[in-house]
Ligand binder design. Structure first.
Ligand SMILES: Nc1ncnc2c1ncn2[C@@H]1O[C@H](COP(=O)(O)OP(=O)(O)OP(=O)(O)O)[C@@H](O)[C@H]1O
Ligand SMILES: O=C(O)c1ccc[n+]([C@@H]2O[C@H](COP(=O)([O-])O)[C@@H](O)[C@H]2O)c1
Length: 189
């Protein structure tokens, strides 16, 4: 069986914690690849239209480009509508019956698991892999395999806020993403 990790997210914008998490899980669980999967409409938060989907995808491509095992999964953008993970995983399993999927989530999403759409069925379809995040609990009664990572107080909201305040975000996002954001003035207003 092929072992594929999926890091689903809004990636508004992608930042270095996303890359560090993916790399740590790839290594710890000896996965074959990690797919970064931008959502279309997140099930649990208001979609901020600060940045068009094309820009999120462009930034994500730049962010993952240097790692041979990091790939882009666009299934949720193509499907449109609300990006329920259960629906996505069902389609992926249909398409790729010989693959085991590992769905990677930060501790904020571990805490939120009881509210996920069809969660009791979803835990039967994928292995959830959880990572620490400052300010959130990793303990849950759902089956989640915890991978130890260095804790990072970095978030897309922090980056959006810093850009608005005209503070530097260099090294909080990969260089290529930083250059892209500088070039098109993302999040400045
Ligand atoms: N610093 C971090 N530590 C642990 N997990 C993280 C971290 N940043 C993001 N994640 C996880 O990565 C996945 C995708 O996150 P997302 O793209 O929503 O970024 P975010 O930083 O949480 O965004 P926002 O601040 O806009 O809510 C989620 O499972 C989230 O928990
Ligand atoms: O399916 C659900 O009910 C569900 C609820 C909350 C989050 N998710 C998924 O979890 C991933 C992380 O979410 P986010 O918005 O924090 O980037 C992303 O792929 C979401 O679509 C999924």
């Amino acid at each position: 069986m092929k072992k594929v990790g999926i890091l689903g997210g809004t990636f508004n914008p992608p930042h270095i914690a996303h890359l560090i998490i993916a790399n740590e899980v790839l290594d710890a669980l000896k996965l074959d690849e990690i797919r970064f999967m931008p959502n279309y409409t997140p099930p649990h938060k208001i979609k901020t239209d600060d940045v068009p989907d094309d820009d999120r995808v462009a930034m994500l491509k730049l962010a993952i480009d240097s790692h041979p095992s990091f790939l882009l999964e666009t299934i949720e953008l193509e499907r449109k509508g609300t990006s329920y993970t259960f629906d996505t995983i069902q389609v992926l399993l249909d398409r790729e019956p010989n693959t085991e999927f590992y769905f990677i989530i930060g501790a904020d999403m571990i805490e939120y698991l009881p509210n996920w759409h069809r969660i009791d069925e979803l835990v039967e379809l994928v292995t959830f892999v959880g990572v620490k995040r400052p300010g959130y609990e990793v303990s849950t009664h759902y089956p989640v395999e915890i991978v130890d990572i260095p804790e990072m107080l970095i978030s897309s909201s922090l980056i959006r806020e810093r850009v608005k305040q005209r503070k530097t975000i260099r090294y909080l996002v990969p260089d290529q993403v930083w250059e892209y954001m500088e070039g098109n003035g993302s999040y400045e207003t």
